[in-house]
Design a protein around this ligand. Structure first.
Ligand SMILES: [Fe+2]
Length: 250
């Protein structure tokens, strides 16, 4: 079985479309979405409806939580809050209903899926968690693997004989040790923050104890221009572009 885990699409329909096309060439059996379908990007309604139509298990991200509860928007920086406040009117009642029904976690295939950090945080970043806390979690972790998003960076965290190791992930295959427990950050489809513009996601093959990190080029300029034309914060448009394009884009 090959399961595609996607996260942090952030209203970027161009990136999501490219990733779904890539999956067709990868014989994917199931898709799981780790939330933050909205915010930053100009096409949140189309993204939510595409995810809803796929019918894949989807958990709530912090941007969905903030869309539903104005009190927590105060935790966002100015640009992120402005983007979200421009996003909400673009969402149909059907999409808002879909978002409101999202669970905080999904567990299946001896794995856990959560936006931020296990067992069920949609707000906590993996980089905020100390080695001691990671050890505490791995000691009680009921599943073999936990998949998270939220940081927008691919990362693998594991525990071997109470020693925590953390490593960034590059595109390509990664073999897991069947005897160990792992947290896998699947990166971001629509707003990567790893210094490269390609859409990122992860394929997981549980029987083979293997990950394959995918890095998918797409029409970065199209997605960036849509953000600018919508009057949404420029910073979220420029971040989508290769570094060499950014200086002359505006
Ligand atoms: Fe995010």
């Amino acid at each position: 079985m090959r399961i595609a885990v996607i996260s942090d699409i952030h209203g970027n329909l161009d990136a999501l479309t490219a990733v779904l096309t890539d999956m067709k060439n990868c014989a994917v059996h199931r898709i799981v979405c780790l939330g933050d379908c909205i915010g930053y990007g100009a096409e949140p309604e189309a993204v939510v409806q595409r995810i809803a139509t796929l019918g894949c298990p989807t958990v709530m991200g912090n941007h969905e939580a903030a869309a539903l509860d104005p009190r927590v928007r105060g935790w966002f920086n100015t640009a992120a809050r402005r983007s979200l406040e421009m996003t909400i009117p673009l969402l149909s009642p059907r999409s808002l209903h879909f978002i409101a029904a999202l669970p905080e976690t999904f567990e299946h295939w001896n794995a856990r899926f959560v936006h931020g950090f296990p067992p069920d945080s949609i707000w906590r970043y993996l980089f905020q968690v100390s080695g001691e806390e990671l050890n505490d979690w791995f000691a009680v972790m009921p599943e073999r693997v936990c998949f998270v998003g939220h940081t927008h960076r691919l990362e693998l965290v594991g525990s071997d004989a109470n020693r925590i190791f953390r490593t960034g992930l590059a595109p390509g295959p990664v073999c897991l040790d069947a005897a160990l427990r792992y947290i896998v950050n699947v990166g971001s489809v629509g707003q990567p923050r790893d210094g490269t513009p390609e859409a990122k996601y992860v394929l997981w093959e549980p029987e083979r104890h293997r990950l394959v990190c995918r890095s998918v080029p797409y029409a970065y300029g199209s997605a960036a221009d849509k953000i600018l034309r919508a009057g949404m914060p420029e910073t979220h448009a420029l971040r989508l572009l290769p570094a060499s394009w950014q200086e002359n884009w505006l």
